[in-house]
Design a protein around this ligand. Structure first.
Ligand code: NAP
Length: 446
């Protein structure tokens, strides 16, 4: 891979130079193994250790198909989906690969005894397959993680509705936590050039998800003046939801679990912060069988104290079972709860009387279509939204990086260097960087 890295680092290689580079038939990648999916059986979720299940090893380069591209990955990031894959919960992702493999001769390539994970990247296009005209070798890119086939009519209004919609590196193989990734060319977007490789790779999945969930008309359609309750406001998704609320003239009410995280959201410009550990909310009884509406009221009261008596227009939900009852309760009449996840459990319970009598709406959201992803990346490139990268690991340390996220020991995003030999490389637009450096550092907790 050294010759590829040299070409990237030289800054002088042309598209023709990149096209003529030989791509090795093997590359290093972070994988889980199909014969290990039972390795954590009987162990509580929190004790399942991604360091045991994630292997960094040589894998074979697949054949490149029509509409696809190989990208030399300079950096990637940890998403919660890599945690799910590595602890084989709620299901093993090999089922996704088998199902995808049954679709066609081409998709069969994904059904392997190993799964190369990772749904973010920044890097350089090495080769494009037949039919790709928009991108060429040498292009500096980031990739969003929506993989679609678009052969049926359903996805043509909103590609998230395609029958064959998948998350690359989670429901497909050849993901971004590797030296080379295989993506569909319609996942590619220009790399924001004021950012380092690891900064540019880090917003991807969560930034696009937060954009659709909160801003897009397919999600919360947030407007100026809205009060937005953001759970995990300094976390992966929440760090971007907080920024979108501030950027769009709304008021985020940020929920975090410690003072360090509170400091980060304040440094982003948020003024209304709830420390959920300090408040010690007990939305459920000890056994986790019954909810306590008095605790929902206590949250509602804390919100009103911060907002001067106003309720929440949009709840940015993702913790799921633990918080959903409270989220429905604290939403104002006619307000919206947008949900994209259930980290603490997917069998939600809430009191439906509060929903229907007050004409509240629950809106489901999942990743983002290409247009929404493009908008989210464009806002990063314009310096209106910033990365929240708190720490960067090497590819060999991918297990530890995933464990940090699994144990909620991280802040914002956790990056991973793939081909990039060190942090801090890849910036082309120094002038714009110096303009935004203060925010970039503050948002990462420096
Ligand atoms: P993350 O970086 O771990 O952030 C989640 C935050 O939620 C944590 O930092 C934590 O913040 C908060 N949290 C954890 N447990 C909580 C609880 N019991 N009550 C209240 N808050 C709690 O993860 P993420 O990247 O934001 O992802 C969050 C979830 O969304 C994951 O399940 C992920 O798989 C899912 N997701 C879905 C999509 C999609 O497209 N559908 C996309 C991205 C992520 P504090 O400790 O500060 O409160």
């Amino acid at each position: 891979m050294q010759h590829i890295l040299d070409a990237i680092q030289s800054g002088e290689a042309t598209s023709e130079d990149f096209a003529s580079l030989q791509i090795p038939d093997h590359y290093r990648a972070a994988c889980v193994h199909k014969d290990e999916v039972d390795m954590f059986e009987g162990i509580p979720s929190k004790e399942k250790d991604p360091r045991k299940s994630l292997h960094v090893e040589d894998v074979a380069l697949p054949e490149l198909g029509p509409g696809e591209a190989f990208v030399a990955v300079m950096a990637s990031a940890i998403n919660y989906n890599t945690v799910w894959t590595s602890i084989f919960e709620p299901v093993s992702t090999f089922g996704f690969l088998e199902r995808y493999g049954r679709l066609s001769e081409l998709t069969k390539r994904h059904d392997l005894p190993y799964h190369v994970v990772g749904s973010d990247l920044s890097g350089v296009v090495l080769k494009t397959g037949p039919g790709v005209t928009k991108w060429k070798p040498g292009d500096r890119v980031v990739a969003h993680c929506l993989s679609v086939e678009l052969e049926s009519p359903d996805g043509h209004n909103d590609t998230m509705l395609d029958n064959e919609q998948r998350i690359w590196g989670f429901e497909t193989n050849f993901g971004g936590l590797a030296e080379v990734a295989m993506v569909k060319a319609n996942q590619l977007m220009p790399k924001p050039e004021h950012l380092t490789w690891e900064e540019a790779a880090s917003p991807g999945l969560v930034n696009c998800t937060a954009y659709r969930q909160l801003v897009s008309k397919n999600g919360g359609a947030m407007k100026q003046g809205d009060n937005v309750l953001v759970w995990g406001a300094s976390g992966g998704l929440g760090g971007f939801a907080t920024q979108y609320a501030l950027n769009g003239g709304a008021t985020p009410v940020c929920v975090v679990s410690n003072e360090e995280k509170a400091k980060i959201v304040r440094s982003m410009g948020a003024e209304l912060v709830i420390n959920r550990s300090e408040m010690d909310f007990r939305f459920w009884n000890e056994e986790g069988t019954q909810q306590n509406p008095k605790e929902w009221q206590r949250l509602g009261k804390a919100i009103r104290e911060l907002t001067g008596g106003e309720d929440i227009d949009i709840v940015f939900e993702h913790p799921g079972r633990e918080t959903f009852g409270a989220s429905v309760y604290v939403t104002r009449k006619g307000g919206t709860i947008t949900t994209c996840a259930s980290t603490t459990g997917f069998m939600h319970e809430y009191d439906n009387r509060y929903l229907w009598m007050n004409l509240k709406r629950i809106i489901s959201s999942h990743f983002a279509n290409y247009r929404e992803s493009w908008e989210a990346n464009r806002l990063i490139a314009k310096g209106k939204i910033h990365p929240t990268l708190s720490r960067t690991y090497t590819l060999d340390q991918v297990g530890q990086a995933s464990l940090d996220v699994h144990q909620n020991k991280h802040q914002g995003k956790v990056g991973v260097l793939a081909l990039a030999p060190e942090e801090g490389l890849g910036v082309l637009d120094e002038e714009m960087r110096s303009k935004h450096l203060d925010a970039i550092n503050r948002f990462r907790g420096v």
